[in-house]
Write a protein that binds this ligand. Sequence first.
Ligand code: TYD
Ligand code: MG
Length: 457
Amino acid sequence: MSRAGSGKTAYVCSGCGASFPKWAGQCPECRSWNTLTESLTPAAPLRNPRFDGYAGEAGQNRVRVLSEISTEERSSAPTGIGELDRVLGGGLVPGSVVLIGGDPGIGKSTLLIQALTTLSGSLSALYVSGEESPEQISLRARRLGLPGDKLGLLAETCVERILALTRSDPPAVMVIDSIQTIYTEQLQSAPGSVAQVRESAAQLVRFAKQRGTIVFLVGHVTKEGALAGPRVLEHMVDTVLYFEGESGSQLRLVRTMKNRFGAVNELGVFAMTDRGLKEVSNPSAIFLSRHEQEVSGSIVLVTREGSRPLLVEVQALVDGSSLSNPRRITLGLEQNRLSMLLAVLHRHCGIAMFDQDVYVNVVGGVRITETAADLPVLLAALSSFRDRNIPRELVAFGEVGLAGEIRPVPNGQERLREAAKHGFRQAIVPKANKPKQGIDGLEVVAVDRLSEILDAF
Ligand code: TYD
Ligand code: MG
């Protein structure tokens, strides 16, 4: 369906980039299969409409010096929800586009309606829903006890109509829930298809940059990221937040995957209650399952997610295997890393677990992405293997190298202080992380090689 001036559809091969007027199963150019996807070709290809917004008046663009560009109006405004501000890198920057991904039912709409009602006190805010009717949204807001006298609601799925309705009076913040339900009239494919999602999002991004509107895009994504939708958006938006955590538990973790205005890997912690999402401002306390007695195979580690240290319990179970290829199962950690650590343990300490299944779990559904978990994971596995308890007031962190050395991790001092704050008495850390001055109430054991730990164990 080509329209005057707006461009027409073409089928572009994702392998070789060739473009065709008709779809085919096989690309006539490069002969690869299933690579043709519908996309929009601009009517005037020399002018990329996507970037009109940065230039100001057409034809008046020029090269400017970095310091010449004023940035005052670009400072970020806090949302009023501390944990959300943390993952956003301090707050919302005008004209920025934030993608919030996560499994269905994990709390994306809840978080955004909470944030938006708070923001609507000081800014003009609009909630565009393609999934729920205005009645449903209003019902939810009322049940959560949120003020609704300032927030605009719109049930609409056509991106052209959304933009036409908001063009004359653009809101300061706009939520699109969800991007999979939005479609553009310029493409024929069904809403939710990659082409539709990409084209609609491109129009919204352009609108955000031109008008200075902050746009939140909600995207459903499976744990494996299998759904093509939101993943193709990651490079178009400024900030990507993902909901993590098990939907069975109350805990909801929001992680920054990309941020043009702040640090990545920042973690925001919420609890889902019957009154919506509540911030958890001292997350270390909730990831520790306090055992009545000392148990084997369990140890507390100090990880650092984003800019704050976090105490997390890691558990290991080592059990005789009946399989010729014993299991190496991890939850919240990388599986290959466990295999590597067990190899180091064998090669440098002579402890073999070839005939054992090894399971490792990070309590609370947290996913640990840094290497500081190496040493605690090995200690937990050893503890379970030997059936020796690890003292309850012991914490550990450190990277294990392939040569059997214990390598330092960043911000050791800060991690130790967090451990001391939560009442831990002993810490096993890499030698280079040993603080010069002692930390009150904490005995720090510095180790250089993996074999030294075995002697102590
Ligand atoms: P929702 O925000 O609709 O999820 P998403 O938009 O990511 O699909 O969250 C829905 C889930 O949250 C639903 O299973 C019920 C639960 N929930 C609560 O437990 N308490 C509440 O106050 C609300 C609003 C939802
Ligand atoms: Mg929703």
